[in-house]
Design a protein around this ligand. Structure first.
Ligand code: UDP
Ligand code: MG
Length: 317
């Protein structure tokens, strides 16, 4: 049995040595059958140097994939999954918010339950502000209504996958990748395991509210076309309303000789319809832009170099 552990790293110079130390300590028993795949996602700090040092000095199987620039965590995950060789593949962050101990737990679950293909960790208790929690709740309610795949709230990328799930995920050719959706879309039997999120060992999270918002929109666009349907329905609705409105004005003028209603009504109607039109064009634009990006068919990431440890177990695979 070979276990691959995929670790995306972006500006994690302080966390990477600590992560390696913790990971090898915790997984000591299975380290000879484990490969660590670090992806340096265009870090601007000393992350690459630290990773090279680890891979040079380690006698375990270590692979460091160095991207040509920052392509984002989704790209890093894909690169890791694509180059993994394990029968089981774990995905874990480099910042020790997700303790490596859980990987053993996940492995136990997968080994003892042949019908389960994937274990996904979810946060039982969230340590977030009320406003953020509110927006996340709204997002999950919305996206679950709009899509046929199920998005499980609080489920993270911290997972252990069987080889067949990994193969399914990397076989999807799309370039704009939203892994939360892809994990559900490929199906397979998933076991949700509660876990406790730790504080970051060093550094700060790369997510801001704005980035999360864009990520949420990307997710909806990637997995649902319902917003396009809503745009069309709004168009039809406004067309019907305008006919009724027009008819009322004509009838009122013809029968009662009423003067045409005032400027404020007109101004607000123009603003309302223009606003809705812009909104719908914006929705259309989102899909068009994704289509444009996909049609360019650019690779999801570019690798500058791959470093491998001279680990004594390497030759075995
Ligand atoms: N990460 C990455 N590329 C990026 C941003 C983040 O590879 O562009 C990595 C990061 O180094 C970490 C993981 O993704 O290992 C999760 O990032 P972060 O801790 O910022 O996210 P959070 O835990 O707050 O969700
Ligand atoms: Mg983190």
């Amino acid at each position: 049995m070979l276990l691959s552990i995929v670790i995306p790293c972006y500006n994690e110079e302080q966390n990477v040595p600590l992560f390696y130390q913790e990971c090898t300590r915790v997984l000591e028993g299975i380290m000879p059958e484990t490969e660590l795949i670090f992806i340096n996602d265009g870090s601007q700090d000393q992350t690459l140097k630290k990773l090279q040092k680890i891979s040079d000095e380690s006698h375990y199987q270590i692979k460091v994939i160095d991207f040509s620039r920052n392509f984002g965590k989704e790209a890093a995950l894909l690169a890791g999954l694509e180059s993994s060789q394990g029968d089981y593949v774990a995905i874990i962050d480099a910042d020790l918010q997700q303790r490596p101990e859980y990987i053993l737990k996940m492995l136990d679950i997968l080994k003892n339950n042949p019908n389960i293909d994937e274990v996904a960790a979810y946060q039982e208790v969230r340590h977030e502000g009320k406003i953020l929690t509110f927006f996340k709740d709204c997002f999950y309610r919305l996206i679950n209504k709009m899509t046929e795949v199920e998005f499980v709230q609080s489920a993270s990328d911290f997972r252990l996958l069987k080889r067949k799930v990994v193969d399914a995920i990397v076989s999807l050719p799309e370039k704009c990748r939203f892994s939360k959706g892809i994990f559900s879309w490929v199906g397979f039997q998933t076991y949700y395991m509660p876990y406790q999120v730790e504080e970051r060992a060093f550094g700060t999270s790369k997510w801001s509210f704005w980035k999360l918002f864009i990520y949420a929109v990307d997710g909806i666009v990637a997995f649902s076309t319902v917003p396009l349907v809503i745009s069309s329905v709004l168009g039809i609705l406004f067309f019907l309303i305008s006919i009724v409105f027009l008819a009322t004005i004509v009838i009122k003028t013809l029968i009662w000789g009423d003067p045409v209603a005032g400027f404020p009504t007109l101004a607000s109607l123009i603003l309302l319809t223009a606003g809705i039109q812009l909104l719908c064009i914006g929705v259309l634009g989102q899909y068009l832009s994704k289509n444009y990006l996909e049609s360019k068919n650019r690779p999801v990431y570019l690798i500058k170099q791959i470093y491998q440890s001279k680990g004594k177990h390497h030759e075995a695979h």
